[in-house]
Design a protein around this ligand. Structure first.
Ligand code: FE2
Length: 706
């Protein structure tokens, strides 16, 4: 594990005055580290722009020092009994378990362990049994991604047999091996699945699915677990024996050995979903100890804050987001902070990452670490586990490198592009608000999910950042209600409102994403695994659940390409909409910007009349996706039918575009959507003096004056 000398995280991203945030820090340095509070205005390290801008906030948190201490983390999911089992053996001990191995590894992989008895896969990929220091193995390696039933019989006289049966392929012969190993008369310990656990630390993690572990002593069951029990929980109630606790969030609601595609929803046939998928690299919540706490003072304004820590030559910055008390809003403008999307992308190791990007990082004094070089910290739901399964859980309760001021997502894009996404890209909007003197407060996705419409009800306008992609039913309902009750919803991004996520009931910091059926996605869910384990909802695109983004904001994802942007062309000359273009002489808008060098780029949204019931959407401006092969813009797969046709039955050039739109709804509410993820990147251009900035000023001014 590569050591990062000073790193930490805040236990909460979303706070309100009176609430407490705890900071968890690991420092391998000798001296004490100091912590100071800043308010974040700009997180873009590009020297061609305004750079990183933070305001001193020491009046709310006095700069303090804390003792350095190293904190560790222990990746890998497993199950362990809550209490130990004690059994005296008179004749024999039998163990059985069903497995679906998914990774061959030079490391030993524990399947089931009880005291000094362990069923595991050896470094040759063969099923093995160990009793004390002795072991025997099946001669042939297991075939990956096949279902096997493993049976082990151990007699007190020392006779041991291990057998395996392929449950799906009848042509594969049952295999057996026998040996002699002495068995203790009394066994005492916590049964574990998918790892061996000593002194609270897990080792020898198994990669794959485990189902139906049973332990039998002298013909009597002492442990029997149906792993489909309590699917949405972090524990499994037993049939016999103590309950199992699940550590590091293995994937549940996965198909088991009995699954035959007769049912796709785990809630309807739990017996078909009686397996749990474990991974050696599952790690979401580091569970570090708290180094210091901070109660948000009553007089601290809503905004984005960063707790900066430093020690010797190292520093780190832990962002958190402060909303006002519910109902006590002071401003007309609310910025919706996409904390769900930030977490879902947390530690995204990009496939196109190159070490050459480090040159720019050095030149710009940007945030130094990249998830691609520190996979041990746990990757994002845009990455895979070591066995190739998509990572479907996310959490901010660990250091997220890409949630740091100055982090660069793309290090090789054309100058003067900053190559930013998410937190840093959204700071283009935050710095614009400060530059233009617009007073604003923030509300995060988590708060919108928890508190609903009432958390945004009093604002005149809710403005999104560049990429509000991940949502729950609650957040979508709240935004719809805001719009339908007279609010102005300004969606300044692209590919928003796209995926449905689920939140764990026992730890709301853990998010789940399934990626079945389609969508621009980093991996595909396995057949039969479309339903979320956390809440039983049908996962995937909101469009597949009848709530396309077009229904909320008039446009939705249509095209993605490389990180390039282009200008919009003004399309609306109706005098009714002159207010949008007031002060703008040009018909070309946004031929510049710190994101992709243009206001319409990278991920584009368009109007689709099939996916919305909204009437009278006005196309204000439009940008056609570039045909330059370097830019590689493609139609989203959910809209593609054949190599010749798409779901709109139109030529592609008529649908691969960013549509900037405006519409009003009965009740006085309105929506402005940019149709592009790079829009906000143009705001700070020329010291915020440009036609994109002017256009947004017109939109926001109208939104708050209504
Ligand atoms: Fe995205």
């Amino acid at each position: 594990m590569k050591n990062i000398p000073l790193i930490g995280y805040a236990d909460k991203l979303s706070l309100r005055p009176g609430e407490t945030v705890s900071f968890k820090v690991s420092s391998t340095l000798k001296k004490t580290f100091s912590a100071s509070l800043k308010r974040s205005i700009s997180a873009d390290p590009n020297p061609k722009g305004i750079g990183i801008v933070e305001k001193d906030a020491s009046k709310y948190f006095k700069t303090s020092s804390f003792k350095s201490r190293k904190q560790s983390f222990n990746p890998g999911s497993y199950a362990i009994c809550k209490t130990p089992i004690k059994v005296s053996i008179k004749k024999n001990l039998n163990l059985s378990v069903i497995i679906f191995p998914t990774l061959s590894s030079s490391k030993q992989q524990t399947i089931l362990a009880f005291d000094n008895v362990e069923i595991y896969i050896n470094s040759n990929g063969a099923t093995s049994i160990r009793v004390g220091n002795n072991s025997i193995s099946i001669k042939e390696p297991l075939i990956l991604r096949s279902w096997y039933k493993i049976n082990v019989k151990i007699s007190l006289s020392g006779k041991v047999s291990i057998s395996q049966k392929n449950l799906k392929n009848k042509n594969e012969k049952d295999l057996i091996n026998n040996g002699k190993m002495p068995l203790n008369k009394v066994l005492f310990g916590k049964v574990s699945l998918a790892a061996i656990v000593s002194k609270g630390i897990s080792h020898n993690h198994f990669n794959g699915k485990i189902e139906s572990p049973i332990i039998n002593a002298d013909g009597k069951k002492i442990g029997d677990w149906d792993l489909s029990n309590n699917t949405s929980s972090t524990f499994v109630d037993s049939i016999i024996g103590p309950k199992l606790l699940l550590k590091n969030f293995p994937t549940r609601a996965v198909t088991g050995s009995k699954w035959d595609s007769s049912e796709m929803n785990w809630q309807h046939k739990p017996k078909h979903y009686a397996a749990i998928h474990f991974h050696e690299d599952d790690i979401y919540d580091f569970e570090w100890k708290t180094d210091f706490k901070f109660i948000i003072p009553k007089n601290m304004p809503s905004g984005i804050y960063v707790m900066r820590i430093s020690c010797e030559d190292y520093e780190d910055a832990m962002p958190f987001f402060v909303a006002p008390p519910i109902g006590k809003t002071k401003t007309k403008i609310c910025i919706l902070i996409s904390t769900f999307t930030y977490s879902i992308y947390g530690n995204h190791a990009r496939v196109d990452y190159k070490d050459s990007w480090l040159n720019r990082i050095k030149d710009w004094n940007a945030y130094p670490y990249n998830p691609a070089n520190h996979k041990e910290y746990g990757l994002s739901t845009y990455n895979y586990h070591s066995d190739g399964a998509g990572i479907c859980h996310a959490s901010h309760r660990r250091p997220l490198f890409n949630l740091r001021p100055g982090y660069i997502t793309f290090g090789g894009s054309k100058s003067p592009c900053s190559g930013l996404r998410h937190f840093q890209a959204d700071s283009h909007l935050i710095s614009w608000l400060h530059n233009k003197g617009f007073e604003y407060e923030i509300v995060t996705d988590e708060q919108l999910h928890q508190d609903g419409f009432k958390s945004i009800k009093k604002y005149k306008t809710v403005i999104t950042g560049s990429h509000p992609e991940y949502h729950t039913k609650e957040t979508l309902d709240a935004l719809r209600d805001f719009r339908d009750n007279g609010g102005s919803l300004n969606y300044l991004g692209g590919n928003g409102f796209y995926w449905r996520i689920a939140i764990h009931k026992e730890n709301k910091n853990i998010l789940e994403i399934r990626r079945p059926e389609g969508g621009i996605r980093a991996w595909a869910s396995e057949p039969g695994e479309a339903y979320n384990a956390f809440d039983g909802t049908y996962g995937g695109l909101w469009r597949r659940s009848g709530r396309a983004p077009q229904e909320l904001v008039g446009v939705g994802f249509t095209a993605q390409g490389n990180f390039y942007g282009h200008p919009y062309k003004r399309k609306c000359f109706d005098s009714k909409f002159d207010w949008v273009f007031e002060g703008i002489k040009e018909d070309q808008i946004g031929d510049f910007g710190f994101s992709g060098n243009g206001a319409a780029g990278f991920e584009l949204d368009h109007i689709d009349s099939h996916l919305t019931s909204i009437k009278d959407i006005t196309l204000l401006a439009q940008s056609k996706a570039s045909k330059d092969p370097d830019e590689n813009f493609i139609l989203v797969p959910e809209s593609r039918l054949t190599h010749l046709s798409n779901i709109k039955h139109l030529p592609e050039e008529e649908i691969l575009q960013a549509d900037m739109i405006f519409f009003e709804v009965p009740g006085g509410g309105s929506v402005f959507s940019t149709g592009s993820i790079t829009f906000c990147g143009s705001l700070p251009w020329n010291n915020f003096n440009n036609n994109v900035s002017k256009l947004l000023e017109n939109i926001v001014n109208r939104s708050i004056k209504r």
